[in-house]
Design a binder for this molecule. Structure first.
Ligand code: DAH
Length: 342
């Protein structure tokens, strides 16, 4: 019996539980009513009286150690289980999370296309601030002091400062480029512009323009026409025709408005072109010599052309979007239709 108890003590020493089931089985084996210790107590009744003292002492010791050891093993197991809860090992066989793909905004798609068309023929992109002073937005561009565009009705001024406003067009970037670079200049400037307009299907107080500028020796109106024809055909298709109508802008002389032949009816007349066969898409002209001089460029040596177009308008024509407000409403049903486009 003593040998058996020694063996059990050794086992007890070694024991550790990795799962609640192992612990419970061991507890059963040792301490239950039919367990080994209960059995030993039974056996003890028939132990030789000479050995009783020693055997009894050892048996009680074994029982106490078993109770203590099993309680300790339970504590350790509980702690381990608690720690595991927080750091669940990931199941690497699970299918990957489905990350929904967004779509580029149609204004960005068309802006990128316009940029790309001009970049192909050597134009570089330039940028300017959305908050402008009077000089860059108006004065350098020949807007007379009493010009209605300067009026509070059209321009968002910043606070009470009459010299600081949100730019009303991207032509302000022309001025910045000419002031800081020497010709030859070939640049386009896409960006946001702001006008105090009532919001409707055709107008918004925030919209986007692309400005173009080409300055070099001997640049002519014919160069402008050819450049814009190239743009129109890249943008709207190779059969597109253009038409230049006389117009007025303070910063160009002569000035023109450019129409493209209607891409829907091919010029025959339809709803989109209001049965004229033509759609107006931009303003353009030869940079007024006094604008060149305002920006430190010698107008006796250099000449150039400029043009400006609204990106919303081109986008509406490209995708036949009827209401300009759609661009600003962030309606996913609208935006997701452009998923396939880049
Ligand atoms: N800045 C003009 C506008 O906002 C557009 C424009 C017209 C730009 C003619 C030009 C240009 O560069 O030559 O209506």
């Amino acid at each position: 019996m003593i040998e058996r108890m020694q063996q059990l003590l050794g086992e007890l020493e070694e024991f550790s539980a990795t799962t609640p089931e192992v612990l419970e089985a061991y507890r059963n084996k040792m301490l239950s009513k039919k367990g080994v210790i209960a059995e030993l107590f039974n056996e003890f009744k028939s132990v030789d009286p000479a050995l009783r003292r020693e055997t009894g002492k050892m048996l009680n010791e074994l029982k106490e150690k078993a109770i203590a050891k099993i309680a300790h093993a339970k504590d350790l197991l509980d702690q381990a289980l608690e720690a595991q809860k927080g750091s669940d090992v990931p199941d690497l066989s699970m299918p990957a999370d489905f990350a929904p793909l967004g779509a580029r905004h149609p204004i960005s798609i068309v802006r990128n296309r316009i940029n790309g068309i001009f970049e192909k023929i050597g134009f570089v992109i330039s940028d300017g601030p959305e908050m402008e002073d009077d000089w860059h937005n108006f004065s350098a561009l020949n807007f007379p002091l009493e010009h209605p565009a300067r009026d509070m009705q059209d321009t968002f001024f910043i606070g009470k400062n009459p010299d600081l406003a949100l730019r009303t067009h991207t032509s302000s970037v022309q001025v910045r480029v000419m002031e800081s670079q020497k010709p030859p200049i070939r640049t386009i400037s896409p960006g946001r512009v702001f006008r105090n307009e009532a919001i409707s299907a055709r107008a918004h107080c925030i919209f986007h323009q692309v400005e173009g500028l080409y300055i070099d020796k001997g640049v002519s109106f014919a160069d402008m026409r050819q450049t814009l024809l190239y743009f129109a055909r890249e943008m709207f298709g190779e059969n597109t025709e253009i038409r230049l109508r006389p117009s007025f802008f303070p910063f160009t002389e002569p000035s023109a408005e450019m129409d493209v032949s209607c891409s829907i009816c091919g010029g025959k007349g339809c709803n989109l072109c209001k049965y004229t066969g033509w759609i107006e898409i931009m303003g353009c002209g030869m940079v007024d010599p006094s604008v060149l001089e305002n920006c430190g460029i010698d107008s006796k040596i250099y000449s150039g052309f400029a043009f400006g177009m609204g990106i919303e308008r081109i986008t509406m024509l490209t995708y036949q979007i009827k209401d300009l407000r759609m661009f600003f409403e962030n309606d996913l049903r609208f935006l997701q239709q452009f998923r396939a486009a880049t």
